[in-house]
Design a protein around this ligand. Structure first.
Ligand SMILES: C[S@@+](CC[C@H](N)C(=O)[O-])C[C@H]1O[C@@H](n2cnc3c(N)ncnc32)[C@H](O)[C@@H]1O
Length: 272
């Protein structure tokens, strides 16, 4: 652990900056976490203290460094087919809620893209089985520039695909050899269906949707209660009536103004 001093005032200032910009909410118990993630960066930049780094973060001209801090402070854990019951439900319910114009899915805190590409494999199988039409697409968005770059490359450590059915792996992925041993690349037929872009859930946005399915999983846990409600209603405004909405099962039911019908833990249908 780095020995760089980190006062309570500095911790509060960094927390306030992150809350204001991206809605991330840190209580006292996260002080060590913030220190461990930022101290190496501060040292790499040759700065002497957290105060010097805060001065950079407060300088509006330093957007790149602010983005680097956001990248370092967000928690991006994800893997393919996380919460398998959600994908089973999607497979079961999607044909009844999608109309002829096609299927649009949004992975609203996509991290490295595992959720978006898992959904693409599932929808591709559904298309082959004639359960949905050929017009379907997936949008993945995140606040972190670093994860989005990686999502677009579509290369994953094998371990993150541990829950992928071997037959699907064969049909949709290429296994790396030589220097790329242990890595997996999504095939073009899956990659071409998925687009990624940067979007901050905590600020108003427009120009996307309407969607038939929205995943908003394992991101609300980083927000405080009023921010959660704001984000959920803003995201649900892009979901078609009758559309499917997924939250992380650990997040329970988030109070929101939009009427929802609970289906299974973490899965809801937007009421018409
Ligand atoms: C733990 S990952 C969840 C990934 C995936 N949805 C899953 O459940 O496996 C949380 C993601 O939320 C993103 N995030 C945090 N704050 C955000 C914000 N204000 N707007 C958009 N994305 C945000 C983080 O960068 C991170 O990649």
């Amino acid at each position: 652990m780095s020995k760089l001093a980190f006062s309570d005032g500095e911790f509060k200032r960094i927390s306030a900056l992150m809350y204001e910009a991206v809605g991330l909410s840190y209580n006292e118990s996260k002080k060590t976490l913030i220190h461990s993630r930022l101290a190496p960066r501060i040292q790499k930049l040759g700065l002497g203290s957290f105060a010097d780094y805060i001065a950079i973060l407060e300088n509006e001209a330093e957007v790149n460094e602010f983005q680097t801090a956001v990248d370092l402070l967000t928690t991006n854990e994800t893997y393919f087919f996380r919460e398998p019951r959600h994908y089973e439900l999607l497979q079961q319910e999607l044909p009844s809620c999608a109309d002829r114009s096609g299927v649009k899915v949004w992975s609203a805190a996509s991290s490295f893209g595992d959720e978006a590409y898992s959904t693409a494999m599932l929808l591709s199988d559904m298309q082959v089985a004639g359960r949905i039409g050929p017009n379907w697409s997936i949008l993945g968005t995140d606040i972190s520039h670093r994860v989005l770059l990686s999502a677009k490359e579509a290369v994953f450590p094998e371990d993150r695909l541990r829950a992928v059915d071997p037959d699907r792996l064969r049909r949709y992925c290429l296994r790396g050899e030589g220097a790329a041993q242990g890595q997996v690349l999504m095939q073009d037929k899956i990659r071409n269906r998925v687009q990624f872009g940067q979007l901050n859930l905590c600020k108003p946005f427009d120009g996307i949707g309407p969607f038939d399915v929205v995943f908003l999983r394992n991101v609300l846990i980083y927000f405080d209660a009023p921010t959660k409600v704001e984000v959920v209603d803003r995201v649900l405004a892009t979901l078609k009536p009758g559309g499917l909405f997924f939250l992380g099962t650990a997040e329970g039911r988030v109070p929101c103004m939009t009427p929802l019908q609970p289906l299974i833990p973490g899965a809801f249908r937007k009421k018409a």
